[in-house]
Design a protein around this ligand. Sequence first.
Ligand SMILES: Nc1ncnc2c1ncn2[C@@H]1O[C@H](COP(=O)(O)OP(=O)(O)OP(=O)(O)O)[C@@H](O)[C@H]1O
Length: 340
Amino acid sequence: MITTQGLTKVYRSRGREVTALDGVDLHVREGEVYGVVGTSGAGKSTLIRCVNMLERPTAGTVTVDGVDLTALPGGENRAGRELREARRRIGMVFQHFNLLSSRTVQQNVELPLEIIGLDRTARRRKAAELLDLVGLADKARSYPAQLSGGQKQRVGIARALAGDPKVLLSDEATSALDPETTRSILALLRDLNRQLGLTVLLITHEMDVIKSVCDSAALMRGGRIVESGALTDLLADGDSRIARDLFPLGEFASGHSGRTVVEITFQGDTPAQPFVSQLARTYQIDINILGAAVETIGGRMVGRMRVELPGGHRDNVVPIGFLREQGLQVDLLTPEGVAA
Ligand SMILES: Nc1ncnc2c1ncn2[C@@H]1O[C@H](COP(=O)(O)OP(=O)(O)OP(=O)(O)O)[C@@H](O)[C@H]1O
């Protein structure tokens, strides 16, 4: 649904050049919630602003719903007709809501519909429907200043949906909200994704946002995507930085010499199997559990357990093979704590 190829953005100001995006290839599938995470300055905002051409990329292409936006005429400030039409199918929500304080909630939601010239009755009907959808039907006549942060963001979301977009871009939509309100806004985005089949691309600096709402994620650093994929695939990859940040088991204190420490990751139905006791029984070994956690990530149950087995690695080739045969992801930890 959203594809970028070789996306590059170089800002030039006062004789200085900053490469904010350095050849980004992103692929967001239709109907998924895709999160881009990274520290400040990684290029996340630039990326999302290039996806709807609020920023013109310096090089590379952006295709949304089959339309190559980079091929459509118009600059950042003055988009051509085709680009304006394509943009109408891309909703955007902002960290600071960007509502007009002099307009009521209903009038804020109607704004994009006014711009496309929809008549008053149709605008009112559509705005009422959207406010109902985001749970704010009773606030239509209020002004933004009379709303809580979460309610303001609901208005921002209703406004973003006014053009019946297929894609919703979210630029740190929950960063200005407290944890409970964040949860309710993320749940709303998830509901809209499911109910409307909306594809959502969000950027965030919080792993918790990725954990609670995303199907797929990318990690950005220095204008590049350094890792990306479906969360279920990343969680099964012992080397994944995203998976380790999503699911920390704490520091690895090196085990005694002559012992083997492994991390076992299980997803979906696998935890129903009592694999630790099976392993202990089958091989007559004592297993020391060093840490364990179970979480729901992307709507799926995922667990990780760190266990210590007696004997060195060579002594444990067969038990480790047994665990892998059960469909479990098993990573051997070296004394430095790096999964081998
Ligand atoms: N308009 C601009 N002019 C010049 N440099 C810019 C501009 N916008 C962003 N940059 C620079 O581009 C780089 C990427 O910025 P960007 O805002 O995309 O990162 P980010 O990951 O979204 O960070 P944050 O979470 O802090 O917003 C930074 O070095 C930033 O200083």
